[in-house]
Design a protein around this ligand. Structure first.
Ligand SMILES: *[C@@H]1O[C@H](CO)[C@@H](O)[C@H](O)[C@H]1NC(C)=O
Ligand SMILES: *[C@@H]1O[C@H](CO)[C@@H](O)[C@H](O)[C@H]1NC(C)=O
Ligand SMILES: *[C@@H]1O[C@H](CO)[C@@H](O)[C@H](O)[C@H]1NC(C)=O
Ligand SMILES: *[C@@H]1O[C@H](CO)[C@@H](O)[C@H](O)[C@H]1NC(C)=O
Ligand SMILES: *[C@@H]1O[C@H](CO)[C@@H](O)[C@H](O)[C@H]1NC(C)=O
Ligand SMILES: *[C@@H]1O[C@H](CO)[C@@H](O)[C@H](O)[C@H]1NC(C)=O
Ligand SMILES: *[C@@H]1O[C@H](CO)[C@@H](O)[C@H](O)[C@H]1NC(C)=O
Ligand SMILES: *[C@@H]1O[C@H](CO)[C@@H](O)[C@H](O)[C@H]1NC(C)=O
Length: 310
């Protein structure tokens, strides 16, 4: 009995693996998954967990991973992170999400298959964000965009991070062959989506407000950021603004779009190459920059740079 169900489970896994491979092959090269083991896929996730955790902790309480969890994932302090001028409720939210990241990193490193990595160098400076916003708006904002100056600015500038991370977790789930990592991946995906939902709700409550000190609204900027990440990702329209035409709303019955999703209100996945292009801000997975000036760490990241994958 045991061996029969074991064989059955193996066949199921094999078939699941096969079908993602076959599907993967029909995609254009820049949208295919880069091969890697389950544990190596989790190493990539660690880099993004560090990004979100450092940004949220430092923006809410002015302290980071090296202060709160020294030795968990040693790495250089982020460049240019600042405490943000948040209202009290938002500060509590960002602080909680920041602490959560520490546990999530601990959980990933707690799997014995995952070889620890050095924490990546992050660039969380006002300039890194203002470059991102200038690209999104295809202009040079004056004064330069500052994510730390106001609650609205911080929310609008940071929400693309859990957006891309949840898409990454969804993207790797079919390739997680180890059952412990698959459960971990599903749990991290669920928690990331919760963060996305919280931040998008907070943004939606301000959807018609202008982003100080500019004249454009939260709706405008969120839409432009979605267009930018889609452009950088190079694999279709996977991100959307907070207000959309009816044809893109849930069941074509609403223009509110707090949770961006496909025609069946399901999340669309992103691959490693897509998230690299987005977080580097270069549209080129081998051209590091943006929030990861030296790129991400781990075996797949090194492989991408070595092979010069775009
Ligand atoms: C953010 O800017 C708005 C509009 O200028 C202002 O009403 C609000 O008080 C600011 N929030 C904080 C926390 O400074
Ligand atoms: C925000 O929190 C600070 C510090 O805890 C407190 O002094 C202030 O009154 C709070 N502001 C509001 C509007 O609740
Ligand atoms: C951080 O990013 C900004 C904008 O890209 C750049 O001007 C600055 O040199 C970067 N800082 C470091 C230390 O790399
Ligand atoms: C950005 O603006 C320039 C000059 O106005 C224009 O030529 C270009 O097409 C714009 N790019 C995008 C992506 O909108
Ligand atoms: C934003 O403005 C639109 C159009 O004026 C209005 O229909 C909508 O209710 C507003 N949304 C919020 C959340 O204030
Ligand atoms: C900005 O948003 C408003 C409604 O929120 C919309 O009417 C307008 O077309 C948008 N402008 C741009 C440039 O996206
Ligand atoms: C909504 O509209 C889109 C595009 O027009 C269409 O593909 C989709 O089937 C529609 N969805 C429903 C539930 O009618
Ligand atoms: C991508 O970046 C790499 C490293 O900077 C560079 O060698 C390559 O030419 C770039 N490719 C494209 C298509 O921009």
């Amino acid at each position: 009995m045991a061996s029969r169900s074991c064989l059955f489970a193996f066949l199921l896994l094999f078939l699941a693996f096969q079908s993602t491979r076959v599907k993967g092959q029909s995609l254009p090269p820049q949208c295919r998954q880069v091969p890697g083991t389950s544990a190596q896929l989790m190493q990539v996730a660690l880099n993004m967990e560090v990004l979100r955790t450092e940004l949220f902790l430092r923006a809410s309480i002015g302290r980071g991973l090296n202060d709160l969890a020294p030795n968990l994932i040693p790495g250089p302090a982020p460049i240019g992170a600042r405490i943000a001028n948040l209202d009290n409720v938002t500060r509590r939210i960002i602080e909680e999400l920041g602490y959560q990241g520490i546990g999530n990193i601990r959980a990933i490193l707690g799997n014995r298959l995952v070889t620890p990595i050095q924490g990546p160098q992050l660039n969380l400076s006002r300039q890194a964000f203002s470059n991102f916003m200038n690209s999104a708006l295809n202009t040079t904002l004056s004064p330069p965009f500052d994510p730390y100056v106001n609650t609205t600015s911080f929310l609008v500038a940071s929400t693309f991070i859990p957006t891309a991370i949840q898409q990454y977790y969804l993207g790797i789930l079919p390739d997680l062959a180890n059952i412990d990592l698959r459960v971990l991946g599903a749990s991290l995906l669920a928690i990331e989506s919760a963060r996305y939902g919280v931040l998008r709700t907070q943004l939606y409550l301000r959807v018609n407000a202008t982003v100080p000190p500019y004249r454009f609204t939260v709706a405008n900027l969120t839409e432009r950021i979605a267009q930018l990440t889609n452009r950088l990702g190079m694999c279709g329209q996977k991100d959307e603004g907070l207000v959309v035409p009816l044809a893109l709303g849930a069941e074509n019955r609403t223009t509110s779009n707090i949770i961006a999703a496909n025609v069946n209100s399901l999340l669309l996945p992103r691959t490693i190459l897509e998230v690299f292009r987005i977080f580097f801000g270069t549209g080129n997975a081998s051209m590091t920059g943006g929030f990861f000036p030296n790129g991400m760490n781990g075996a797949i990241a090194e492989n991408i740079i070595r092979r010069g994958l775009v």
